[in-house]
Design a binder for this molecule. Structure first.
Ligand code: NI
Length: 450
């Protein structure tokens, strides 16, 4: 018998969203202490969004702990109220808690710096790397997971790949209302200082329940779920799709693209100055190479590149470091015809349009219901009615019905801010006519500048 004073203390992490994050299982603490997980402290959750909302400096470390904590609370509530012992058909098997917590904690472990842009330029895939970190024998994460059982790492990976046999566990980590989204909406709203993302998590955790094919919500909790859907919609429109953050993303995208092209022409500079980036410029990288990257590594390289003899590389590096986003206008199929003329004017002024213009589309589906015809449908949200039957959310909620199945977002044309210069501008006086013509186009084309 263990005397009371020898009982292991539960570890807590203080968190602005969840107050205390409770870690009772030593396995979870060991995973948090691995070098692969600690690396998430050095990767910002929202990438270029902090150029618009300066508070958004929070890391993927905090988010991952938050997803763990929400999952932990849901598992414990399921165990208390809906144990499989009382309801063998729809209940929750508490033996699944360990795997659910590990998958929640590790779901984003494969993210790298500025993932969104980095992935598109260097053909990396954070989901695939997440699975690799969990299953590769080289990682500390894998060594710790294997202590549970030899096949435990593969099982955790299968939750992330959505092939795990228990749909309740899969949907806790990945569905239209999952622990991941619940945490990032609240966390991102808090750190950006916006109110849109707030919803009543406590209420959602009270009305969520398991059933045989996944998770569902009590009918009387419908308004809390509605509120969550609306928050999600607002966060996408107001924060995630902000035109200025996207303008910085375009700069980053073009900067990395330029480095890749220069490397092909002459790798010697990068081999000397940017050793940690070389495997990616070469497109021959290992997991070890990937795990060395973080926001700081990229930014240090951009500082070096800002003095590179190539005018485009150094200019784009400076624009990124000093927050000089490209400007943008929204366009639609009708106004799209003006873009060719706008590009022509930008080219005449002397900008290389490959690097100084871009089209950026950001669209999201705030909520979707099941489409039998589609192969990759999303799990729809279902409400549990008093008679034990389920009803799909948009059938019950007029508010959600108004958003369901409709994409929201916009398509924007990005161009250098210098193109909006006034008559008095010294730098571009020579090109005054073109700049005036550009401005006339923006006005006459009835496309709104931002
Ligand atoms: Ni996540």
């Amino acid at each position: 018998m263990t005397p009371f004073n020898k009982l292991p203390m539960e570890k807590v992490f203080r968190d602005p969203i969840h107050n205390y994050i409770h870690v009772a299982d030593p396995l979870i603490l060991e995973l948090i202490n691995t070098k692969e997980f600690q690396r998430l402290r050095r990767i910002k959750q929202l990438g270029t969004t902090s150029f618009t909302f300066h508070g958004a400096e929070h890391s993927r470390f905090g988010h991952s702990l938050g997803v763990y904590e929400i999952t932990r609370r849901i598992c414990d509530s399921f165990h208390r109220h809906y144990s499989i012992k009382n309801d063998p058909e729809n209940g929750w098997d508490h033996q699944e808690k360990k795997i659910a917590l590990c998958a929640a904690l590790l779901h984003d472990i494969g993210h790298g710096p500025y993932s969104h842009t980095f992935e598109s330029i260097f053909n990396t895939d954070h989901e695939q790397i997440t699975v690799e970190i969990i299953t590769s024998e080289q990682t500390e994460v894998n060594q710790i997971l294997k202590q549970v059982s030899p096949d435990f790492p593969d099982q955790v990976a299968s939750v992330i790949q959505k092939t795990y046999h228990n749909p309740q566990v899969v949907q806790l980590i990945s569905s239209q209302v999952d622990a991941d989204r619940m945490d990032y909406l609240l966390r991102d709203a808090y750190y950006t200082g916006t109110e849109y993302g707030s919803f009543d998590l406590t209420r959602i955790l009270r009305v969520i329940r398991p059933y045989k094919n996944g998770i569902t919500f009590h009918m009387n909790g419908m308004h809390a779920v509605e509120d969550y859907i609306v928050s999600r919609y607002q966060m996408y429109m107001q924060v995630y799709f902000h035109p200025v953050s996207r303008g910085m993303e375009v700069i980053l995208d073009h900067l990395l693209k330029r480095a890749k092209i220069l490397f092909r022409e002459d790798p010697s500079y990068f081999k000397q100055q940017s050793q940690l980036i070389v495997p990616f410029l070469k497109n021959e990288f290992s997991l070890t190479d990937y795990l060395k990257l973080d926001d700081g590594i990229l930014l240090a390289n951009f500082t070096l590149w800002s003095e590179h003899p190539d005018a485009i590389l150094s200019d784009l590096a400076k624009r990124f470091l000093n927050r000089k986003p490209l400007k943008s206008v929204a366009f639609n199929p009708e106004t799209e015809k003006y873009l060719t003329e706008l590009k022509g004017l930008i080219k005449k002024v002397g900008f290389d349009i490959e690097y100084y213009t871009a089209i950026n589309s950001s669209f999201d589906l705030p909520y979707d219901f099941y489409h039998p015809a589609e192969n990759r449908h999303r799990t729809q949200i279902e409400l549990y009615q008093p008679d034990g039957t389920l009803i799909e959310l948009s059938q019950a909620s007029e508010l959600v019905n108004a958003l369901a199945g409709k994409t929201s977002g916009d398509q924007r044309f990005y161009f250098p801010k210098e193109m909006l210069a006034s008559h008095q501008s010294d730098t571009y006086t020579l090109f005054e006519d073109k700049i005036n013509a550009f401005n006339r186009y923006l006005k006459n084309g009835a496309i709104i500048s931002d």
